[in-house]
Design a protein around this ligand. Structure first.
Ligand code: SF4
Length: 436
């Protein structure tokens, strides 16, 4: 692998890297089949050469759907150790990626700690960090300042970086002309837009894309092409601004691949349920099958407090239709910084969406655990049921809180002695069935 620059470069040279070997095994896939997908850009293995404790995962629509959890130090939660605890609990709950969106203080020590201790893929959004790193107003930063932050994150061992390369000065005109209801809701996208508006210059991530490709190639950092124009409400879904940016992301995908740099493409956003599958098809076609990383999509605008559910509905349909990677959404979305319980609920909702999609897509082995759960339910074996559950702790707590009153504790308090499972087990075994 050392003679190769990136996982894509190795795959194109016919080399099976140790990371690819691990991912193929996890995915129950032939190494050669996965190698071909990585070589074509249809699957990525985000593995920075400096992230030495990484347990690698692949991202691609033919692989298990992966989920990402956003965390990081902020003005309200400054304690590195508290945030690290959240990271490790997210990893234990099954998150395959952590995006460090730290936005306060000296962000570098936390990022470096994350790379040293966290075994899952780590992503960042360098434009957030630029203002914090330089401690200067946005309009005083030069294009090269942004590029240097990308370099610093790459050196620190970050596996993927979100770069909002797709909005250009033309986008400024589009946003003004098309009068979207929610304008730009991407935090990174709005910063790039604001910088371009204040300085009159072109998007630095677009203008210096070749230089950024050199950095990403050197460290094997996967570029996650950010969707600055992702719709922030149903009314803006699939509009000119979103599609125009997507076309540019397709062009940039091609340029990155020519450099052997791995690419994911980020996607919507708020999208009506009937447009979700079409959005996935359009992305696959324009971005030539590069893995699609979606936030949600949220299928209604009116459920603050429950947006982990609106996102899971959209995420399941998106992943079933080709999205490879789901960014979790918590109940606190649109309202506040998520607390530990919000993070937990967001992860569970995303895991359900990803798993449901994997079953629908026929991912090898995906349904095995559901079949195991059905066997455990038929046997009224509660311990075995908890072992199969996505959130065993919660399942156990609910049952224990409301156990049946009588001694038929093999049933639950939902139906008690009217338990259909118990009645059928007894009837088929020729036993007497006592109901009263
Ligand atoms: S009591 Fe009702 S809900 Fe509970 S296990 Fe039996 S059939 Fe299922």
């Amino acid at each position: 692998m050392r003679e190769c620059t990136t996982q894509m470069d190795a795959a194109r040279k016919g080399i099976i890297t140790k990371e690819l070997k691990i991912v193929a095994e996890k995915e129950h896939m032939q190494e050669e089949e996965l190698r071909k997908l990585v070589a074509e850009g249809k699957a990525v293995i985000c593995a920075n050469k400096n992230h030495t404790c990484l347990n690698p995962e692949g991202v691609g629509s033919m692989l298990r759907t992966k989920i990402n959890v956003n965390l990081g130090v902020s003005r309200d939660v400054k304690d590195y150790n508290v945030e690290m605890e959240k990271v490790m609990s997210a990893v234990n709950m099954g998150a395959e990626a952590i995006m460090d969106l730290s936005s306060h203080g000296d962000t570098r020590p936390f990022r470096q700690k994350l790379v040293q201790e966290c075994p899952v893929m780590i992503g960042t959004v360098p434009v957030y960090d630029s203002v914090i790193h330089y401690q200067r107003d946005l309009d005083t930063l030069s294009a090269k300042d942004f590029v240097e932050v990308v370099r610093m994150h790459a050196q620190d061992g970050v596996d993927f970086v979100t770069l909002h390369c797709g909005i250009t000065r033309k986008t400024i005109e589009q946003i003004r002309k098309h009068k979207r209801k929610m304008n730009i809701v991407s935090r990174g996208g709005s910063l790039v837009f604001a910088w371009m508006s204040m300085t009159g210059e072109e998007n630095p991530f677009y203008e210096y894309f070749d230089e950024i490709l050199d950095i990403c190639e050197e460290y094997d950092v996967t570029i996650s092409l950010g969707d600055a124009c992702r719709p922030g409400c149903l009314a803006d879904a699939t509009d000119v601004c979103q599609i125009e940016e997507l076309v540019r992301l397709g062009e940039l995908t091609k340029r990155a691949w020519d450099h052997n740099v791995q690419v994911m493409v980020e996607g919507p956003g708020h999208v009506p349920l009937n447009q979700v599958a079409a959005n996935m098809e359009v992305q696959k076609s324009i971005c030539m099958g590069a893995p699609f990383y979606v936030l949600g999509p949220l299928v209604t605008d009116i459920a603050p407090g429950y947006d982990h559910i609106t996102a899971a509905i959209g995420g399941a349909v998106a992943a079933m239709s080709g999205a490879a990677f789901l960014c979790y959404v918590t109940p606190a979305e649109h309202l506040a910084l998520p607390n530990l319980e919000d993070v937990r609920q967001g992860i569970v909702a995303s895991k359900i969406a990803a798993h449901a999609a994997d079953i629908a897509k026929g991912i090898p082995g995906a349904r095995d655990i559901d079949d195991k759960m059905a066997d455990a339910r038929r046997a009224l074996d509660w311990e075995a049921q908890f072992a199969c559950a996505i959130d065993p702790e919660r399942a156990r707590a609910i049952r224990d809180d409301r156990l049946p009153e009588d001694d038929h504790s093999d049933t639950c308090s939902m139906c008690g002695k009217f338990c259909a499972v118990r009645s059928m087990n007894k009837a088929l075994a020729g036993e007497h069935i006592d109901i009263l």
